[in-house]
Design a protein around this ligand. Structure first.
Ligand code: NAD
Length: 291
């Protein structure tokens, strides 16, 4: 069994990005600048945004964190987004999800200018992605493609089962893996909460991408020998033995599935770090397009 080490791979990608930033600075070009908007004090969101800002520092990007209170109105948030859209110093920005319930998430994501949408969530960019046109790929599926490619996991002609059809992970993942690309050309089955007999389907999979948000859902009896398993899930599970009172669990039961797997991602240290690395890669691309 080979561990698909997202932490190590993300570190290598960040080094590559840092080298590009050094080159940009040497030639007097603009330093990439990522902004992140965080509304409220959701613990997990604060951790994710903090990690993204830290990653910017590491590769030599400029970063701006805009923290807004839970009570921020939708109109006020849209104003902040408009300012970022028109600020020439900002190459790309993200609005950390989830947003408080009184704010319409779709409206907010639609307001981000597609050229600065480094999360790749705007309909224009989703459309381009589906049509195989150059664009910002959503960071989590992009990171998974990169991990599969760098570990030379064969995807061409393989049966891939994606569990979960969210707009940010499952659905784009299923589209990308079915396309003509390095980590692609797979025969993809997209499964979800209404799927019947899921185990029968996953047992036929050469590769399973689990992105449903239910801790340790995929167990050893649901996969075949030699399978590749990508665990996207991050769930906080109560654990009194931990200082913080919780541990992070993936959507995969690692102990039972890893006995059968040829390749598997750990949680933490798998898909999570890759997501951040690909966000940086998208920001570098945005800066390149701007200059
Ligand atoms: P979501 O809640 O938006 O979607 C979950 C999907 O799972 C839905 O499409 C639903 O139909 C499907 N589902 C639910 N129960 C199911 C079942 N019993 N069988 C089959 N399908 C089922 O989730 P999301 O935003 O895609 O996130 C999924 C998980 O990935 C979460 O744990 C989230 O925290 C994590 N995540 C991690 C990263 C990362 O960088 N590692 C990025 C995004 C999301």
């Amino acid at each position: 069994m080979t561990l698909l080490d997202g932490k190590k791979t993300a570190a290598a990608i960040k080094e590559e990005i840092a080298l590009s930033v050094t080159e940009l600075k040497k030639s007097g070009k603009k330093t990439p600048h990522l902004a992140a908007v965080l509304v409220g004090t959701n613990g997990a969101s604060m951790t994710y945004v903090g990690a993204k800002v830290k990653a910017c520092d590491l590769v030599g990007f400029e970063s701006t964190l805009i923290e807004l209170p839970d009570t921020t109105s939708e109109a006020a948030l849209l104003d902040v987004i408009e300012n970022l859209n028109t600020d020439p110093s900002i190459d790309g920005f993200i609005v950390q999800l989830p947003l408080p319930k009184h704010i319409d998430e779709d409206k907010v994501l639609m307001a981000v200018h597609p050229d600065k949408d480094v999360d790749g969530f705007h309909p224009t960019n989703v459309g381009k992605m589906a049509l195989e046109l150059p664009t910002f790929l959503p960071a989590t599926p992009y990171g998974i493609l990169e991990l599969l490619e760098r570990y030379q996991v064969e995807t061409s002609g393989k049966n891939v089962v994606v569990i979960g059809r969210s707009h940010i992970v499952g659905r784009p993942m299923s589209i990308l893996l079915s396309q003509k690309r390095a980590a692609g050309n797979a025969t993809v089955t997209l499964t979800h909460s209404r799927t019947k007999n899921l185990k029968e389907i996953t047992l036929k999979a050469d590769i399973v991408v689990a992105a449903l948000g239910i801790a340790e859902f995929l167990t050893g009896d649901m996969v075949k020998e030699g399978v590749t398993i990508i665990d996207v899930g991050i769930t906080r599970v109560e654990d009194a033995s931990k200082k913080k009172g919780f541990r992070l669990a993936g959507d995969v039961h690692f102990e039972s599935t890893s006995k059968k797997a040829a390749f598997i991602t750990p949680v933490p240290g798998g898909v999570g770090p890759m997501t951040i690395a690909m966000l940086l890669k998208n920001t570098l691309l945005a800066c390149d397009r701007n200059s």
